[in-house]
Design a protein around this ligand. Structure first.
Ligand code: FEO
Length: 386
């Protein structure tokens, strides 16, 4: 029988680890993930969130290792997305007396649309649920990650149940930051922010402000590891990411047909490397979710494509489409590429970079056929002047 993991005298982790998940609606999750749910034992027994539907039996087993699931009084649904709510109807059936607390009106509406009528109770900012010696304070954090998202604070435990915020797609049995390799946890936290929350920087800043009065000694996340030793570190990173702070770093992203655009990309990378760190991404060999993670904090972005059928390469179009959706800010960018005839791709890339909100910091680099050494030297000189 699967067991719950004790977190404090009264809080247990009862979630599921998804070791083999490799894509989360297109976000490449090479290290898997977890769907974290928590059980609070007090006069009223409370379950914070459920898990993705295929893992519902695991959730039930872990809960059953601590208490009889039918004794659960309250279920808090922090977020309607099915990775957290998928097992809700199943749990409602096993917890006949449980009331489901969700944000009003968005959470209530979302759950009703998805799962039909269950015993929902809508809560708003500042609403408090007394569960015995402890209380649960609800705080909506809209768009972290959906309009319905909310977090729950327990002042007696100084614990924040943060759901998607501060999480990572990371499968591990170490439940806390200090039980895992911190650089790996931080890399996954940044990747999570970049791919899930970059678009909502303004809402993230508002949420951080709303959380600031709380004294938090533990952040129990909805995915990956939770925080107890490095809380200031993750809060500071969220402040920086939400403020779209960038550093002197260049990201060069390209696809190439016969090697000429790749030669230009490598020349650009080498020129930038004389003055700042650089990363070079061939779109045929890298995941978009890794590239946008690097873009989040990099000042410079160069995007290259040859022309194919009067267009940019579809891989480049996909990258620009994904990046546009994430609404990055504070980046300086330019377009480059080779062509045989026509050569429309570079203008198309530059137009997209402008539409994304980048400042175009260098004129288009367009080279017919194979670049000469003189042309490559001229490109390097232009980069040196940026
Ligand atoms: Fe982890 Fe937005 O769901």
């Amino acid at each position: 029988m699967l067991k719950a993991m004790k977190i404090t005298d009264s809080i247990y982790w009862v979630g599921a680890i998804d070791w083999n998940m490799r894509t989360f609606h297109g976000y490449a999750t090479g290290r898997g993930t977890s769907y974290n749910a928590y059980l609070i034992l007090d006069e009223k027994i409370t379950l914070i969130d459920t898990v993705k539907e295929p893992f519902k039996e695991e959730l039930l087993e872990r809960i059953s290792s601590v208490i009889d699931p039918s004794s659960i009084d309250y279920i808090i649904s922090s977020h309607v997305e099915p990775d957290h709510s998928g097992a809700l109807p199943f749990m409602a059936a096993h917890c006949p007396k449980a009331t489901i607390y969700t944000s009003a009106p968005q959470g209530r509406k979302g759950l009703l649309n998805r799962y039909g009528v269950l015993k929902y109770e809508g809560v708003k900012a500042g609403d408090v649920l007394k569960i015995g010696k402890r209380t649960l304070q609800f705080l909506p954090v809209p768009m972290l990650h959906w309009p319905d998202s909310m977090v729950t604070y327990c002042p007696e435990e100084k614990v924040l149940f943060s759901n998607d915020a501060f999480g990572q797609h990371l499968a591990t049995t170490g439940r806390f930051d200090d039980e895992n390799d911190l650089p790996t946890v931080m890399a996954e936290a940044k990747k999570y922010y970049a791919n899930i929350l970059m678009l909502y920087g303004m809402q993230a800043k508002k949420a951080m402000q709303a959380l600031s009065p709380f004294r938090i000694e533990m952040i129990l996340t909805g995915h990956g590891v939770s925080w107890r030793k490095n809380i200031p570190l993750i809060l500071n990173c969220y402040e920086k990411w939400a403020s779209h702070e960038v550093e002197d770093r260049a990201v060069i992203v390209y696809d190439s047909m016969w090697g000429s655009t790749e030669t230009i990309a490598k020349t650009i990378a080498d020129a930038f490397a004389q003055k700042m760190p650089v990363a070079l991404y061939d779109l045929k060999k890298n995941e978009l979710s890794d590239i946008v993670t690097d873009v989040l904090t990099s000042r410079y972005l160069a995007v290259g494509s040859p022309t194919i059928n009067n267009q940019m390469m579809p891989t480049v179009a996909a990258f620009l489409c994904y990046l546009k959706g994430l609404a990055p800010k504070n980046h300086k960018a330019f377009a480059f590429g080779s062509f045989g005839w026509g050569g429309q791709s570079v203008q198309l890339v530059e137009t997209d970079l402008h539409a994304i909100g980048c400042e175009i910091c260098l004129g288009k680099i367009r080279i017919q056929d194979k670049p000469t050494q003189e042309q490559l030297d001229a490109i390097a000189q232009q980069i040196a002047l940026l």
